[in-house]
Design a protein around this ligand. Structure first.
Ligand code: LLP
Length: 434
């Protein structure tokens, strides 16, 4: 969670327009360099899951800290290449993990010679048919893997990801037929589980890989996925990497011993590295009330100019993000404002013509009002911990145009992604006969 007194939010808002994202480079670098250093110290290789935040300076920071990349699409691979990550697969700095090869993905794998991490035997045949001749990774569905909500489970019977354990024979046969060595075994334990759940599941994953290794004589790398939790609620504890370290050591020792050769162990978090370094800044446009009647309870609606087109997590998963009020005119070095105002129960809602365009939601409730110093029109509201799965999941629903992104470094802001314009929105329109 960022300390808002460090940023001249009012000034930035009038320069950039609201809503906008702000990413604090110093905070991000602090988290990333600690993680990268520990990973190196334990002889592991760390990848950054680009899907969490694909902004160019974020990728450059990850590269500068010595991390590799897990990309989720052909275009994420190309964005990583533009940020300076090298291609090649020996060993692979960029891995492409996908459930389906779409658009340019197959072409990019062959051309950039990055490591494809596949989720079905058919994908191996697709690679061979596309002329790919290199190692492959195999993503396994370990049968467990719980996330913040069911939609964030990335293992278990309800998860579409990877290859179910019973089907691994088919993958081995497909790889042998295609002449593509299986060099990496991979699984991801679920994104954002509870702290004890995370440790337990990673340990179970290591057990599973220890069991599987003898069936894969060409495997030199085992990837334990990402999933390190981030504390979104003020009372939540941050994950202490100290509890991950013995798991890493154990994984390296047990896997290498079982395989009777050195096994490189990889981890690939996304959220943990970037979530806490980003905020979404939005302007309060109106505060209005509904009254309790026979159909239900009335609410105070704080109408802001950001919606689920900007930050989808609350609408999609009922995710919690802390929201702070910054009073209008708080000036340079704006502090959280409104602290002297009486606290009221508020529903924070956006501009979209959708009743679900609400930031104060829960996993079960459409409206989950929160106590906050009564906001007033003109105030800024800051949605905290929006650095992961924020801007990357934004859309231009209602032709809103995606929000600008600001990179805050050494006390200065830079626009790294400008607000999307009407011209951007219509740039793809065409009239092509078929
Ligand atoms: N590796 C693979 C193959 C993944 O699929 C993911 C996330 C990660 C790594 C990184 O997981 P992390 O460390 O960030 O938990 N949109 C959701 C999160 C979906 C993540 C899907 N895969 C959210 O907003 O919470």
């Amino acid at each position: 969670m960022l300390d808002l007194s460090h940023y001249p939010l009012d000034r930035l808002a009038s320069r950039v327009g609201t809503p906008f994202y702000l990413h604090d480079a110093g905070i991000m670098r602090g988290t990333v360099s600690r993680f990268a250093e520990l990973v190196r110290e334990h002889g592991l290789f760390g990848r950054y899951a680009v899907k969490a935040n694909a902004a160019r300076p974020v990728l450059e920071l990850m590269r500068a800290e010595g991390l590799g990349v897990d990309a989720g699409s052909g275009n994420e691979v190309l964005r990583a290449r533009r940020a300076g990550f090298p291609g090649g697969s020996d060993p692979a700095v960029i891995m492409l993990t996908t459930d389906v090869f779409r658009d340019n993905a197959l072409d990019v794998v062959s051309r950039e010679r990055v490591l494809p991490n596949v989720g079905s035997p058919r994908m191996i045949r697709e690679l061979r048919d596309a002329g790919y001749r290199g190692p492959v990774g195999v993503r396994i569905n370990p049968g467990f893997g719980h996330g913040v909500v069911e939609a964030c489970d990335t293992g278990g019977p309800s998860s579409k990801h990877g290859i179910w354990l019973d089907a691994l024979d088919g993958v081995r046969r497909a790889a042998a037929d295609a002449g593509l060595p299986v060099a990496v075994l991979h699984a991801h334990v679920g994104t954002g589980p509870t702290l004890p759940e995370f440790d337990t599941n990673v340990r179970k994953l290591v057990d599973l890989f220890v069991e599987l290794l003898p069936d894969f004589p060409e495997v030199g790398t085992v990837n334990l996925g990402g999933g390190i939790p981030h504390p979104y609620r003020p009372q939540e504890r941050a994950y202490d990497l100290a509890s991950y370290r013995p798991i890493w050591d154990e994984a390296v020792a047990r896997l290498s011993q079982r395989a009777a050769r050195p096994i490189r162990v990889e981890v690939e978090p996304g959220r943990y590295l970037v979530a806490g370094a980003g905020i979404l800044v939005t302007r309060v446009k109106e505060v209005k009330e509904t009254r309790t009647n026979e159909k239900g309870r009335g609410h105070t609606f704080v109408m802001v100019d950001a919606g689920f087109c900007d930050l989808l997590r609350p609408a999609l998963y009922g995710s919690y993000h802390e929201i702070e009020v910054v009073s209008a005119g708080a000036g340079g070095g704006a502090a959280s404002g409104g602290a002297q105002r009486p606290s009221v129960s508020c529903v924070v809602a956006g501009p979209l013509c959708e009743s679900g365009d609400v930031f104060t939601r829960s996993e079960t409730e459409l409206l989950d009002p929160r106590m906050m110093p009564r906001p007033e029109a003109g105030d800024l509201l800051v949605v905290q911990d929006a650095g992961a799965y924020g801007a990357v999941m934004s859309s231009n629903y209602l032709s809103m145009g995606r929000a600008a992104e600001v990179w805050w470094e050494d006390g200065h802001g830079r626009i790294i992604s400008r607000r999307e314009t009407l011209e951007d929105l219509v740039a793809r329109e065409c009239d092509v006969a078929l």
